[in-house]
Design a protein around this ligand. Structure first.
Ligand code: 5GP
Ligand code: ZN
Length: 111
């Protein structure tokens, strides 16, 4: 399958991996929108959050993302977790992932 995040998970494409669990990898976003911008990616391919019914995996995704926020030192100042979904949600890579953003005030507008 021609999926950039599957290629990152299988190490066919290089990425800056900051944390890894059994089913999740966390990388630095290549085009950061904040001083800390990480992506929590399930190793298994799901196109969107709508396709994933695996609650244990979603729990692991949140737990790994929280761990990465702490490691990045943005837990006390604050951070945001975002899952863009489909076109109007701003999704551009159709492999489920969660953004973790922090390191600056993120503002009140959600879009
Ligand atoms: P989306 O818009 O789908 O929610 O977010 C996709 C994110 O993936 C974007 O923030 C984009 O910068 C990031 N991205 C796309 N391709 C790559 C890549 O090859 N490596 C890394 N590290 N991030 C990528
Ligand atoms: Zn994929």
């Amino acid at each position: 399958m021609d999926c950039v995040f599957c290629k990152i998970v299988s190490k066919k494409i290089k990425a800056n991996v900051v944390h890894e669990t059994e089913n999740v990898v966390i990388i630095k976003d290549v085009n950061p929108q904040a001083p800390a911008h990480l992506l929590a990616i399930p190793k298994k391919h799901y196109s969107t959050i709508l396709d994933c019914k695996d609650g244990a995996l979603l729990a692991e995704l949140f737990t790994a993302a929280t761990h990465a926020a702490k490691s990045a030192g943005i837990d006390k100042s604050g951070f945001r977790m975002v899952v863009n979904t489909n076109d109007e949600g701003g999704q551009t890579v159709f492999h489920l992932h969660m953004h973790i953003l922090g390191g600056r005030p993120l503002g009140g507008r959600m879009g």
